[in-house]
Write a new protein. Structure first.
Length: 307
C-alpha cells in the first residue's frame, strides 16, 4: 500500500500530465484530434504494461500471505503452535564473530543484542514475490514464511536458494536483527539439505558413480547435524538442475587422505587416475585445506532417490 501511495500514484499522475502537456504543445487544445487521442492511449497502454505488472505481482503476493496466514491459524488450532517462532539452538562461535563484525560495520545495536540471544526457528509454507524489474519500478525478490520476511538484506543467499512456491520450509534466524542463518525444505518431517556440485561431479552423482560426498566444516552447513535418513538436494552449480539423495551415513575423518582410504577413491572421485590426484584435488578446493586442518572432514554416503 505504501508503494502505491508514494510511488505508483505520483508516477501515474506525472506521466499523464506529461502526455497532456505534450499534446497541448503538439496539437493545441484540439482534444478531439486523432493525434492527441493516440498520444493519450499510448501513455495509458504504457502505464498498464510497465506499472501494471509490478502492481499485480505485489497485490498477488500480499493476497497469498493473507491466505497462508488463515490456513496457519487453523493449523495452529488443530496441532498447536509447534511451527511458530521457537528457540532452536545457541549461536556457534563463528556466528557470534559474524554478528560482532556486522555491528561494527553498521552500528546497528540489534546485531549486538543478537550476540547474546539464541537462534529461533519458524516453519511453514513459502510465499514468494519474484523479482520484477523494468525502467520505472524494481521490486526485489522477497520470501515470507508465517509473516517472517526475507530479502537480500537479511538473507543474501536468497539469490542462490531454489525453492518452489508453497513448499514447506524452515527458517533459522536471530530475533533482533532478523538475520537469517539458514533456510531449508522439510520433506515428510525431515530436513532436506541443499548443496552445490560442479557440473562434472553432478553428472557422476546422477549416474550413480559418485557414492560419497566429501565436505569440510566451517562452511554454510552445520555438517555435524546431518544424520542418516536426511535428504539432500544437490544443485548443478546454481543453474537449476537438481538431484535428490538420501543420507545412508555420515562419518568424520581427520584428513582428506584418511577419508579417501576408508571410503575408496572410486566412490568419491571416480574420474581421477590415482589416490594422489584425488587427495590433491580435495585439498586444493578453496579454503578446504585450512578447514580440514582445523576441523577434519566429513564423508556423506548417499543413495539416489527414485523419481
Amino acid at each position: 500500500m505504501l508503494l502505491i501511495v508514494c510511488v505508483l500514484i505520483p508516477t501515474t499522475v506525472l506521466l499523464i500530465g506529461f502526455a497532456i502537456f505534450e499534446s497541448v504543445i503538439n496539437h493545441g487544445f484540439s482534444w478531439l484530434s486523432l493525434e492527441a487521442g493516440a498520444d493519450l492511449i499510448y501513455v495509458l497502454f504504457y502505464l498498464i504494461t510497465v506499472i501494471g505488472a509490478p502492481v499485480l505481482a505485489l497485490f498477488l503476493y500480499k493476497r497469498k500471505i493473507r491466505e497462508s496466514a488463515a490456513l496457519e491459524r487453523v493449523e495452529n488450532y488443530v496441532q498447536g503452535a509447534i511451527k511458530e517462532k521457537i528457540i532452536h539452538r545457541e549461536l556457534k562461535e563463528w556466528e557470534k564473530f559474524f554478528l560482532e563484525e556486522k555491528y561494527k560495520e553498521t552500528k546497528n545495536k540489534d546485531y549486538d543484542l543478537d550476540r547474546r540471544a539464541p537462534i529461533f526457528r519458524i516453519q511453514g509454507n513459502l510465499v514468494t514475490l519474484s523479482l520484477v524489474s523494468n525502467e520505472v519500478i524494481k521490486l526485489k525478490e522477497e520470501w515470507n514464511v508465517r509473516g517472517f520476511k526475507m530479502n537480500e538484506e537479511n538473507f543474501p543467499d536468497i539469490r542462490y536458494k531454489i525453492f518452489a512456491e508453497g513448499e514447506e520450509v524452515a527458517v533459522e534466524f536471530s530475533p533482533f536483527s532478523k538475520w537469517v542463518w539458514d533456510v531449508y525444505k522439510i520433506v515428510n518431517g525431515k530436513r532436506d539439505w541443499l548443496m552445490q556440485l560442479s557440473n562434472e561431479n553432478f553428472g557422476l552423482l546422477k549416474s550413480g558413480q559418485i557414492k560419497v560426498i566429501p565436505r569440510a566444516p566451517y562452511g554454510t552447513h552445520r555438517l555435524e547435524e546431518i544424520k542418516r535418513g536426511d535428504f539432500i538436494t544437490f544443485n548443478n552449480m546454481g543453474i537449476g538442475v537438481t538431484v535428490d539423495v538420501e543420507v545412508e551415513y555420515i562419518k568424520h575423518y581427520k584428513t582428506a587422505e584418511d577419508l579417501l582410504k576408508a571410503e575408496g577413491v572410486e566412490n568419491v572421485y571416480p574420474q581421477v587416475k590415482s589416490f594422489e590426484e584425488a587427495a590433491h584435488f580435495l585439498n586444493s578446493i578453496e579454503n578446504y585445506y585450512k578447514r580440514i586442518q582445523k576441523g577434519g572432514i566429513y564423508a556423506i554416503r548417499v543413495g539416489l532417490l527414485k523419481s
